[in-house]
Design a protein around this ligand. Sequence first.
Ligand SMILES: [Mn+2]
Length: 352
Amino acid sequence: MKRIIFLLIAIALVCTGCATSKGDAYSMSLYQAAAPEEGTTTYVIGHKAPDTDTVASAIAYAKLKTALGFPSVPVISGKLNNETKFVLDYFKVETPEILDSAAGKTMIMVDHATIMQAIDGMDKANVIEVLDHHPMAGFTSPETIIYKGAPIGATASMVYHEYKVNHVRLDKITAGLLAAAIMSDTSNLKKERTTDIDRKYLEELCKRAGIQKPKAFYKAMNKAGDSYEGMTDEEIVEGNCKVYDFSGHHVAVAGVDWLEENDLPDFVARMEKAMANAYPKLGVEHFFVKLDVDTDVEGKEDYTIFLYYGDGAEKIALKCFPAMVDGHIVTAKLNRSKDIVPALTEAYKSEL
Ligand SMILES: [Mn+2]
């Protein structure tokens, strides 16, 4: 009996604790220290060419900060891709507003930690926080800020962790967004940088969101992402595009998929034309596109056609992947972060 009473008192204490003191003391004191003046809007934003992890993390993190008493608004840097559109539609979540420039605004950067992948004006913004899982690449701040980086599969896993640490209840819909983001960034836990905690968190989030068949959900999401419905050719080449600084050279690397309903030579020609059209807007020296060709033919491996644009881009491309077939670089299937970025890093270094 004594034990039971003790247990009840303990439960009551824990419960009142939950209800009255939200937020982990350490986190709260950091948030307080970084908080802007009252009445200032804090925007949470991910990288350019927004993907599911970037958008879901911005929405979920803004919600968390708001719940903890630091009102924050999620925004995006541009048009959503079809995968992310599918995810927001599925969970009936409104698309965040597009922010054109960060100049003069109070910002939290999620899912990127480099000015190169940030919206315009980030170098003139008051960045108070960074939450990211990419390599650190030249982000500097004149102030001491909250900077959290982790070698983990998705920023969404980091955001979910913040909910846990701060004892904030995660609603079903936001759990769904974060689950979709982890699946998207880790190719459903298959990518190399997937960690055990991504696996554990994805399972918990799927449960919370009521996603009973994660595999089927991932497939549907992927299918939506693989369709270029309603997109112009320029939107296709810019849709999954990241900008890098290789030894002082600003370079864009995008990825597109050939879909079987298209004639391949025609699709390659269309993408090359779209690259030329998108190039001036990107403000880079060279523009590379990895065009993945998945063949369903038995015994025939999937491969990549590596396209390039800009003065001197061909020389760099051939240094990386010296295999020309009919005027195009054709290689075994390439991965952007594992194959292309390291190859370009070396190629530009040897240009110095
Ligand atoms: Mn990410």
